[in-house]
Design a protein around this ligand. Structure first.
Ligand code: FAD
Length: 465
């Protein structure tokens, strides 16, 4: 039998696993499935695209791939920024897009149980309609799926207050490489019965199993939102303001986003975004607090900021008095979405450094980049309250010296004992730099775990490691 015959046989078994309409091959596979936001497949296409409708079908597909030693790449909404969902030549692509929808909202447990293919926005909306709040939020909300959010341990805008996706997952169902279904969809917050296996699948980027269902924690709906943009002189004042706000608004601060002047200048030069505060300050902070009573919370928020102004921590501030004004302040920070249009080409970074050292790190990074490429342009911004910033580095207008820029920036991240990926994952794009944030022993332990759960290395091979 030739290799082609073998593959035809595998394809036939896959078809039987899911039914004919749910197994596509060759030109039937649309181009959208061949890339994620940042990375496209190079080389021959996948063997097949499978769109199962049940856990049993997912298990059957995995069992076929395990037996035939065929690589399988699981895809969510393909909004990932690290190439994790990009197919490999000849692989089986598994899309959970038909396993979509809310299964249950339990008001007493304050949980929502969903299929992994449900989009983040659908979860947010269903939670809100039931009188609850699902706090994870990010730009890809309309397309990214809960399975993808769990696969990447997505962060986003409100990590400071509610934590990352990991903190929201109460129960999980996942299918292992050989088709074994691990179903642990309990709604208990407390469950210390041996290893907490769900943690293995959160942030493992489809390399240890396929998430099929999840029980997520819900929060009470916030009844008030207070938003302000503050200008400060330097990073020392940023740290002082963070302390001040945390202490004065215990538990309610939900965003503490810093824009360094280079980023602020770039995004407020866009015609639709006039600068709410004048240029010339050392940094611009977008603050948000979510509370329970608009009038009283707004009054307290304003008093707390007035005290920061009086103490000389803040130099200038604009406080939103309406939802529209708050949206206009957020639009400045969300100008990051325009970077691919107005600051392109560039090399981008999503890194973590302890918040207390971020100012020093940025200064060192700026200096090192400028001494290597005197003409370099840079933008620094991000979730400093979560110790996470994004960096854009642009060296001229042509092809970017990507590897050298990566080497320089990630080299500094290593020196600062930071993380080369704060929230986007490793995928393929950051694989070369994983060792800058993880020790040899840690990597060896990860590989042992991978081998134990996926002995034939069929799940998303070449990703992370
Ligand atoms: C405009 C925009 C803004 C963004 N902002 C943020 C942000 O603020 N914070 C942030 O963290 N990310 C952000 N992202 C990145 C992205 O949205 C997240 O990484 C998201 O969690 C990916 O979900 P997805 O369904 O698109 O996953 P995909 O891109 O399809 O997959 C991502 C990884 O998860 C794996 N995976 C997918 N589904 C499953 C499953 N069911 N079981 C196991 N593994 C699975 C894949 O194999 C892959 O390795 C942004 C992206 C865009 C386009």
């Amino acid at each position: 039998m030739t290799q082609r015959d073998d593959m035809d046989e595998v394809l036939e078994r896959l078809r039987q696993a899911v039914g004919p309409g749910q197994c596509l091959a060759g030109p039937e596979i649309g181009p959208a499935y061949l890339s994620d936001t940042m990375h496209a497949l190079a080389g021959p296409g996948p063997l097949a695209l499978l769109r199962p409708r049940s856990v049993e079908q997912v298990a059957a597909v995995l069992a076929v791939c395990h037996t035939a030693r065929v690589a399988l790449v699981v895809q969510g909404g393909r909004t990932g920024l690290a190439g994790g969902a990009t197919p490999l030549p000849g692989c089986v692509l598994l899309s959970l897009e038909l396993m979509r929808g809310v299964l249950e909202i339990d008001a007493a447990a304050a949980t929502i149980t969903v299929w992994a293919g449900t989009t983040l926005q659908e979860v947010q909306e269903a939670a809100w309609a039931a009188g609850f709040f699902y706090p994870v939020d990010l730009g890809g909300r309309g397309s990214c799926q809960i399975g993808g959010n769990i696969g990447t341990n997505a962060g986003g805008n409100r990590v400071l207050r509610y934590g990352m996706t990991r903190e929201q997952v109460v129960g999980l169902e996942a299918v292992l490489a050989d088709g074994t279904v691990l179903s642990s969809l309990g709604k208990m917050l407390k469950n210390n019965t041996g290893y907490d296996l769900k943690q293995l699948f959160i942030g493992s980027e489809g390399t240890l199993g396929v998430v099929t269902r999840a029980v997520l924690r819900l929060q009470p709906q916030p009844r008030s939102t207070c938003t302000a943009l503050c200008a400060v002189r330097d990073y020392g004042a940023v740290l002082q303001l963070l302390q001040h706000m945390r202490q004065a608004l215990p538990g309610t601060l939900s965003a503490f986003e810093l824009m360094w002047p280079d980023f602020y200048a770039l995004v407020t030069a866009l015609p639709e975004r006039a600068p709410p505060l004048p240029h010339g300050h050392g940094g611009y902070l977008l603050l948000e607090a979510l509370g329970s009573e608009q009038e009283a919370d707004q009054a307290r928020f304003e008093r707390v900021l007035a005290a920061a102004l009086e103490a000389g921590i803040v130099d200038d501030a604009v406080i939103a008095q309406s939802g529209a004004q708050a949206a206009a302040l957020w639009a400045v920070r969300d100008g990051s979405a325009e970077l691919r249009r107005v600051f392109w080409p560039h090399v981008g970074f999503d890194i973590s450094i302890p918040t207390s050292e971020l100012g020093e790190f940025v200064a060192a990074c700026r200096e090192a980049l400028r001494s290597r490429w005197p003409e370099v342009q840079m933008v620094f911004f991000g979730h400093v309250g979560d110790s996470n910033i994004h960096i854009g580095v642009k060296v001229g207008d042509g092809e970017q010296p990507e590897h050298e820029v990566d080497e320089l920036v990630y080299g500094l991240v290593r020196r600062w004992h930071g993380s080369v990926s704060a929230e986007h994952g490793i995928g393929v794009l950051k694989r070369a730099w994983l060792g800058f944030s993880r020790s040899e022993d840690e990597l060896a332990a990860m590989r042992r775990l991978k081998l134990a759960l996926d002995p034939h290395l069929i799940l998303n091979p070449g990703k992370i490691f």
